[in-house]
Design a protein around this ligand. Structure first.
Ligand SMILES: [Zn+2]
Length: 375
């Protein structure tokens, strides 16, 4: 008999924003008896077995660890309420991603807060998981520990059935799933490596990844949808997004995990730089000068200017740098022009490139300007 581990094949229907709206309209009081039966029926309509639905005050837990908020069910009952198998609704396939995905403007800047309820071991695992996602090349996915957060990692036991952790799917409008909750009874669970695997997996759900093995787990299309990601096979035994994998040691993303990430959230395209000029020209050592970059594709969340000094030996100091919009350095920032001030103490020729955010590819080829001696 298989051990009862890892029922964190969890996905939370925490459409927080929508739920809040419903709460305002209906008030926060307990759901009435007739209404409760209707909610249960709605879950059955989604394809769940009636004997696997456990009711809590504000939500249901189905099949062990899938959390469905009552507020969201109420909202859905006011809408189409269609489920898979009905006419016009696609059948379940071996698929991977929710209908709603994180928006292009948010995917490279998912701000994460690890709140005070998270112990240091889980906080370390969370930060390691963030580093792993951020290290996948050629994908826009990027988490940043910053406030105000889009995604809060916390520890709590009340809402959990028995998983190690559970997270939420992206919200309507393209915000990432706003929560990861570590089960309080698992605060001391697992090795560093096992915790890291769990957190990498949960962050995957926040960006819309469903379980790679959802078919074999018997997980339904559900209201979130499950769409095949281009370039990935129906099964992948080493995918970090397989469900029922709690306890697995972290050994990296599978090849197809990375294919899926790049397919779903490709790296932002490199802008084009037509020309770079300085004023005064040529630029002079020590003196501030203005750099004007003309081109296209600068209309992204965060166009960044990279500079590299030709012939620089990195053993003697930094040869490269980045100027980006969050630093507030652009005097002019339009889709076709960036203007900013610089000053260099070292003479030489500097290569300039522009990229769309930290994970965007740099424009090619580099354009250059020269800094001459002041003297
Ligand atoms: Zn999961």
């Amino acid at each position: 008999m298989a051990p009862r581990c890892a029922t964190w094949r969890s996905v939370v229907l925490a459409l927080i924003a929508a739920g809040a709206v419903v709460a305002c309209e209906r008030g926060n009081g307990p759901v009435g008896l007739g209404e409760r039966d209707a909610l249960t029926q709605q879950i059955v309509n989604m394809g769940f077995r009636p004997d696997m639905i456990v009711e809590h005050e504000n939500y249901f837990v189905v099949e062990g660890d899938i959390l469905i908020q009552k507020a969201d069910l109420l909202r859905r009952m006011g809408g189409a309420g269609r489920t898979t198998g009905e006419p016009g609704v696609p059948p379940i396939q071996p698929q991977y991603v929710t209908n709603i995905q994180v928006s292009t403007s948010k995917i490279s800047y998912i701000y994460v807060n690890i709140d005070a309820t998270v112990n240091s071991a889980w906080a370390t695992a969370t930060r390691s998981a963030i580093s792993e996602w951020n290290a996948i090349s050629s994908t826009a996915i990027r988490f940043v520990e910053m406030a105000p957060a889009d995604l809060v990692v916390s520890t709590g036991g009340e809402i959990l059935y028995d998983p190690i952790a559970q997270s939420s799917f992206p919200l309507a409008g393209g915000a990432p799933g706003p929560t990861i909750t570590i089960d309080a009874s698992h605060a001391e669970w697992g090795s560093t490596s096992q915790k890291k695997f769990v957190m990498v997996h949960e962050f995957g759900h926040n960006t819309g990844f469903r379980h790679t093995n959802l078919v074999s787990l018997g997980e339904g299309l559900l209201p979130w949808g499950a769409n095949l990601i281009s370039g990935t096979p129906p099964t992948d035994a080493v995918s970090v997004m397989n469900g029922n994998t709690g306890g697995t040691l972290w050994s990296g993303f599978s090849y197809y995990d990375q294919v899926a990430a790049r397919s779903l959230y490709p790296a932002p395209p490199a802008p084009y730089v037509a020309s770079v000029s300085t004023s005064p020209s040529p630029a002079r050592q020590y003196l501030p000068f203005t750099v004007t970059v003309n081109g296209s594709g600068f209309d992204t969340v965060d166009p960044q200017v990279l500079y590299t000094r030709q012939g620089c030996d990195p053993r003697w100091g930094s040869c490269t740098g980045v100027y980006s919009a969050p630093q507030g350095i652009f005097a002019v920032k339009t889709p076709t022009q960036l203007v900013f001030n610089m000053a260099f103490s070292i003479t030489g020729t500097y290569d300039i490139q522009v990229r769309s955010g930290p994970k965007g590819g740099p424009s090619q080829p580099p354009r250059s300007f020269t800094v001459l001696s002041y003297y």
